[in-house]
Design a protein around this ligand. Structure first.
Ligand SMILES: [Zn+2]
Length: 407
């Protein structure tokens, strides 16, 4: 207890880990019904759970909306910088501490985008559905990660339980089919008059200028896609940001469906009331509703999967399964991100992840609690500590001639 009192951060974290467990969030939610999906589960690899504090933090950073990411970064950089600068010590030490906290936050952000690591996978018990992604990019897109090839994209999807993905680069048609390690299907993402239209199926090049003049010309693209035998889906965030008052015209023009969850930072904050309005429209007109990873090669985890039933059509043909922390991005004001994102992350922990966090905290506490004796070098880390423990148990030996005596 004394140990915990001397380490208020560890104590606070332990309390939060337990209290958040009393208000748990499920690992997955059906984005249409808001209920826990039957027959789909999120499976975390053993190494993911062993490294839970790192795994969970990097996932939580990946699922920040752009506005919330900015607020999160600003608040934590200022708070950690100030805390480091105001602690006791020489000027040099305080300056060092003022830099190291903000640097750690920035490095975690970079880690979330780039660090190879184990990832959770969606596993379904229903063999009649396909775990599908409708919207993903390669280096062929202007904003795709350089060197992000079809094989990288397929491996990224396979690791997270996807069985197939459409390849929808910006204004670059993909019209091959690749079968390994998952099926990559033909598609494209057309940018036309403030809207991105994800075309899926056998697609052919178009003259974009024809559809780029105004909203009416843009909407004619749906008919052209149908003529090609493809489907046209309205992508987020564009229909929300630029064409919110045109949704009935989208329907009249033949839109085949709407994205209702998209993991890109600009789109993940799509608010629940707007999602409800789109769902109502889609249900009324029997349109498809889908989730999109919108992967561009950055970030290791998706916030959404689709369980697609080939036997069904329209609104019922697809189930959108999302991480609750992603669906919550639109519910919280950006300025609250510094505390709401960690809180959402903690509430979403499974009990094995929670146990992993508690074990790490206790190991670090015990390590720090072993008193350092004068004359021991600090450099050997935990090995030095365990040698010290061993020494403590031995009966005191008479001082060797010429040797140093311990105090
Ligand atoms: Zn995209």
């Amino acid at each position: 207890m004394n140990l915990l009192r001397r380490h208020p951060i560890a104590l606070g974290l332990l309390v939060l880990l337990i209290v958040s467990g009393l208000q748990p969030l499920p690992p997955l939610l059906d984005a249409v019904t808001g209920t826990v999906p039957a027959g789909a589960d999120l499976v975390r690899p053993t190494t993911y759970t062993m490294l839970a504090p790192l795994s969970n933090v990097l996932d939580a950073l990946t699922f920040l909306s752009l506005a919330r990411a900015r607020a999160f970064l600003a608040v934590w950089v200022i708070a950690l910088g100030a805390w480091g600068a105001l602690r006791r010590g020489s000027l040099g030490r305080r300056l060092g501490r003022a830099v190291i906290g903000p640097l750690a936050i920035v490095l975690l952000g970079v880690g979330a985008v780039l660090l190879p690591r184990p990832v959770p996978a969606l596993v379904t018990s229903d063999s009649s559905v396909t775990v599908l992604d409708y919207h993903a990019h390669t280096a062929a897109s202007h904003d795709g990660r350089p060197g992000w090839q079809l094989a990288d994209l397929a491996a990224w999807h396979a690791a997270q339980g996807f069985e197939a993905s459409y390849v929808t680069d910006h204004n670059v048609v993909f019209n091959q089919t690749i079968d390994e390690p998952i099926r990559l299907l033909p598609g494209v993402e057309w940018s036309v008059f403030g809207q991105h239209i994800v075309a899926i199926g056998a697609v052919a090049p178009i003259d974009r200028s024809v559809y780029n003049r105004d909203t009416r010309s843009m909407l004619r693209l749906f008919a052209e896609l149908h003529r090609q035998g493809a489907l046209g889906l309205a992508s987020l965030p564009e229909y929300w940001v630029s064409h919110w008052s045109d949704l009935d015209d989208f329907v009249a023009a033949g839109v085949d469906g709407f994205e209702i969850v998209n993991c890109a930072p600009k789109a993940i904050g799509f608010p629940q009331p707007q999602r409800a309005r789109v769902l109502q429209l889609a249900a009324q007109h029997d349109l498809l509703v889908v989730g999109a990873s919108d992967n561009h090669g950055w970030g290791k985890v998706t916030c959404v999967w689709n369980l697609s039933s080939p036997s069904a059509h329209g609104y019922r043909a697809n189930h959108v399964i999302a991480r609750p922390i992603a669906l919550a991005q639109g519910e919280w004001e950006p300025w609250t991100a510094a505390y709401t994102q960690p809180w959402l992350m903690l509430r979403g922990l499974s009990w094995s992840e929670r146990s992993s966090w508690i074990t790490w905290i206790l190991v670090i506490l015990i390590y720090r609690a072993v008193p350092r004796r004068a004359g021991d070098s600090a450099g050997i880390g935990i090995l030095a500590r365990s040698l010290e423990l061993f020494k403590l148990r031995r009966p005191p030996s008479p001082p060797a001639q010429g040797g140093k005596t311990s105090p």
